[in-house]
Design a protein around this ligand. Structure first.
Ligand code: AMP
Ligand code: FES
Ligand code: ZN
Length: 319
């Protein structure tokens, strides 16, 4: 039986959103998806008219949809796409091609930062270090540091990432399980500046599921990668997301309820309880960027020195 779109009542419905029990045609789905992003941006006051935004684009469905929607919805705001070339064989070349295509489609400048050219190592070099079994966590730390540093160096005002509802639910769930109260308080749709070199971070896709981002990117025909990173396949994040999806199968609005309870009810209580426990911010003696560590190199400088030391050792043994 052909079902009509719940919104326009004219076109055939092709998309079913279980969490809101809506059947939509592609046009209405795209319109509502864009509205959800604009709504999140307005609710959390993520963008103001004098902003000059950097968008971290990976070549994946989320950040490509994000760049497309922000570019379309905030035409007058200057936007720069930032891509970090991680040097992962095949995967990184493939991602780079996709972000280059995206930048042409949306007509926004793309800045590519190559780990190998700028820092002298690639993510696979971590395999031979103590991070060999937690490649994703080393890679994540490098990316987070660089998003901030590149945004600061380019003189941009904020950095947007493609973290969506599923990413946020997974990260919050993990912090609850670990009792990591600091991480629970830091994770926000809009994290303002807490130090002159700590750039504000925004997550405009906070209201969209993984599935919505994927369907949006596909219907808009956006260039997105078809290869996965060889180091993330069995990562804990992916396993936890699978578990949370099982919950959502039985309780379709579980993720939305979890997020809204956290941000509306629990976060204000945590903030009040922790207001006298603000973490101090220092500057790294090596790179000058903000860090919570006093008098010693920041986490980024530490892991970079570990990977470079290992590379030098290998090179001298081989030579
Ligand atoms: P992930 O941690 O891989 O799920 O990525 C989360 C977000 O970080 C993405 O939506 C992008 O905004 C950004 N991102 C991830 N990898 C890269 C990359 N290589 N270059 C630029 N941005 C990235
Ligand atoms: Fe960072 Fe795979 S993209 S380890
Ligand atoms: Zn440092």
């Amino acid at each position: 039986m052909v079902v009509k779109c719940k919104r326009c009542g004219v076109n055939n419905a092709e998309i079913y959103l279980a969490h809101s029990n809506l059947r939509l045609c592609p046009d209405c789905f795209m319109l509502l998806t864009e509205r959800k992003v604009k709504h999140a941006v307005e609710t959390y006051k993520m963008i103001s008219k004098d902003d000059n935004i950097g968008i971290a684009v990976s070549g994946g469905k989320d950040s490509s949809s994000l760049a497309y929607i922000l570019s379309k919805s905030f035409e007058k705001i200057p936007i720069t796409l930032i891509h970090i070339d991680l040097g992962i064989p095949n995967y990184s070349q493939h991602c780079l091609e996709k972000v280059k295509e995206l930048s042409k489609i949306i007509d926004r400048e793309l800045v590519v930062y190559s780990l190998e050219k700028e820092l002298g190592f690639k993510i696979p070099d971590f395999k031979a270090t103590i991070y060999g079994k937690k490649m994703c966590s080393a890679c994540g730390a490098i990316k987070r540091y660089l998003f901030n540093k590149i945004t600061y160096d380019l003189g941009l005002t904020k950095i947007a990432t493609g973290h969506n509802l599923d990413d946020t639910v997974e990260a919050l769930f993990n912090s609850y399980v670990e009792g990591n109260v600091g991480a629970l308080v830091r994770l926000r749709p809009f994290l303002p500046k807490t130090h002159p070199k700590m750039m504000p971070k925004i997550k405009p896709l906070i209201g969209l599921t993984d599935m919505e981002c994927l369907i949006y990117a596909e219907y808009r025909n956006l260039p997105i990668r078809s290869l996965g990173c060889q180091f993330s396949e069995s990562s804990r994040t992916i396993r936890r997301k699978r578990l949370l999806n099982l919950l959502a199968e039985n309780m379709p609005n579980f993720k939305h309820t979890f997020i809204s309870s956290h941000f509306r009810r629990l976060l204000p209580c945590l903030e009040t309880a922790l207001k006298d426990h603000e973490t101090k911010i220092y500057e790294c003696p090596n790179c000058g960027m903000p860090t919570s560590l006093e008098g010693v190199p920041c986490h980024f400088c530490k892991i970079v020195s570990i990977v470079l030391e290992k590379k030098d050792k290998h090179a001298s043994e081989a030579g």
